[in-house]
Design a protein around this ligand. Structure first.
Ligand code: ADE
Length: 254
């Protein structure tokens, strides 16, 4: 069971985005809970300000520490009251560590995860020093806020939480299995716009199908993500197959 807590200025955005499809079902079936706290609800002043000008000048606004601290405190108190331990707090920023499948697996072992979603030009450094345990990015591009990144992480982590993916196709068995890309998939009809499904898939020969799929995975990884091959898990025969592919590639280039 995983409890997600999102600290954000836009709770509707994350809650509606995560309420559908597999995550919606996972929540209904009790494998995960998702709650969002509106940081603005934890302001004291009558205009409910959550941001202010940066000390030292510069463009944009900076989110203030106090409302974030109060929002976090209320979440932490609830978690401790329910008898669980102090949660990890993940701050979403392009300056963070780039999120990977490996991180998703590790985060999925937690009971609670708090996501802090920043906006504007940034967040007062002092609240980050005070509550954040993990600083994460979802890639080298800049978004307008941390909400979409938090949703991306929650989706990827939830797939790795036991029970969330119902069929026996566990979250493991897909792209990045053995650090390879997934093989191509086909369904009916056998012929579509003049293109036939590869014969081997219709053969009923399971060993041949398995070998063909592994070879397709290796070919695709070499073509699109050769960087992954460094850590790919290959049998000696598959390693030979890969070396043959590379040889053929080199010959074409000469
Ligand atoms: N906030 C803005 N851009 C981001 C990114 N790429 N990853 C995480 N948080 C962000």
């Amino acid at each position: 069971m995983m409890h997600y807590h999102i600290l954000t200025l836009f709770p509707e955005m994350v809650l509606s985005g995560l309420a559908t499809s597999i995550l919606g079902r996972a929540e209904k079936n009790g494998y995960i809970t998702i709650e969002a706290s509106n940081i603005r609800d934890f302001t004291e002043d009558k205009h409910r300000h959550v941001d202010d000008y940066p000390y030292g000048g510069g463009a944009g606004m900076v989110m203030q520490a106090e409302p974030i601290y109060k929002a976090y405190q209320s979440v932490e108190e609830k978690i401790l009251t329910q008898g669980r331990k102090k949660p990890r707090v993940i701050y979403m920023t392009p300056q963070g560590k780039v999120f990977s499948q490996q991180d998703a697996k590790l985060f999925a072992k937690e009971e609670d995860l708090v996501f802090l979603c920043g906006h504007y030009e940034g967040v007062d450094e002092r609240i980050l020093e005070e509550i954040v345990t993990d600083t994460m990015s979802i890639g080298d591009y800049v978004l307008t806020g941390g909400e979409l990144p938090a949703m991306v992480m929650i989706d990827a982590i939830s797939r790795m939480v036991p029970g969330v993916l119902s069929n026996e196709a566990s979250g493991e068995f897909e792209s990045f299995h053995d650090n390879l890309l997934e093989y191509p998939q086909y369904t009916r009809p056998v012929e579509y716009h003049g293109k036939r499904v590869p014969d081997v898939l219709l053969s009923g020969h399971h060993a041949n199908i398995e070998r063909w799929r592994r070879e397709q995975s290796i070919e695709r990884t070499l073509k699109w993500r050769p960087d992954l091959l460094e850590d790919a898990i290959l049998t000696p025969k598959e390693q030979q197959y890969l070396e043959r592919l590379i040889e053929i590639e080199n010959r074409i280039r000469e």
